[in-house]
Design a protein around this ligand. Structure first.
Ligand SMILES: [Zn+2]
Length: 196
């Protein structure tokens, strides 16, 4: 698994790369992207009731089924205001979470994620996982250690440049490209590409 830092930065990247089509208006959408990119780790919560916050981790909420179910829920709620776009954005964000967890080393059993839940209980674990793992035992306090601080630093080193690149790409697409491709300009949008 990765920390919320890595997942949040992946959400920020999705927000900027998705462009005007999927992410308007502005800060609320950015906040939405960060929350949804971290959403599958909500499976830590029921673990508190059984005295081990890892107990339900990497199961149902780390599956394609969950991604689809949440996306359909978001589509339904927002169906009168661009529901398909929000549903699709949600699906991509949850997928980003699964992808980041998939490429992260996992040393806490069960190893990997239940990608095909509820149709299969198999855990999928990437053979060449390279992102550092998060050391954790049954208590929340156990995650605050030097190893996990190093994990956060590596995640910042990997995901921050990607997030910054996505900001630059969006900036280029919404400012400079207007000069060359005037047809991409849309009414009601300022230079940042976000609606006023
Ligand atoms: Zn996760």
């Amino acid at each position: 698994m990765s920390t919320p830092i890595g997942h949040s930065l992946a959400g920020v990247s999705v927000y900027f790369l998705s462009g005007r089509r999927f992410s308007s208006p502005g800060w609320k959408a950015l906040f939405f992207c960060i929350v949804v990119a971290c959403l599958p780790d909500i499976d830590f919560l029921p673990g508190f009731f059984v005295g081990n916050f890892n107990y339900f981790h990497h199961k149902g909420t780390h599956s394609l089924f969950f991604a689809l179910a949440v996306s359909l829920g978001v589509w339904f709620v927002s169906r009168k205001s661009g529901g398909v776009k929000w549903g699709l954005l949600t699906f991509i964000l949850v997928l980003s979470h699964l992808a980041v967890d998939y490429i992260a080393i996992d040393r806490t059993a069960p190893f990997g994620i239940q990608l095909l839940w509820p149709f299969s209980g198999k855990y999928f674990y990437f053979k060449y996982a390279f992102l550092p793992d998060v050391w954790r035992e049954s208590s929340v306090v156990s995650v605050f250690n030097r190893h996990n601080l190093r994990t956060v630093i590596v995640e910042l080193a990997v995901f921050l440049p990607i997030a910054l690149l996505s900001v630059i790409l969006r900036s280029v697409a919404t400012k400079n490209l207007y000069r060359f491709f005037p047809f991409v300009s849309r009414k009601g949008q300022n230079d940042t590409g976000l609606r006023k």
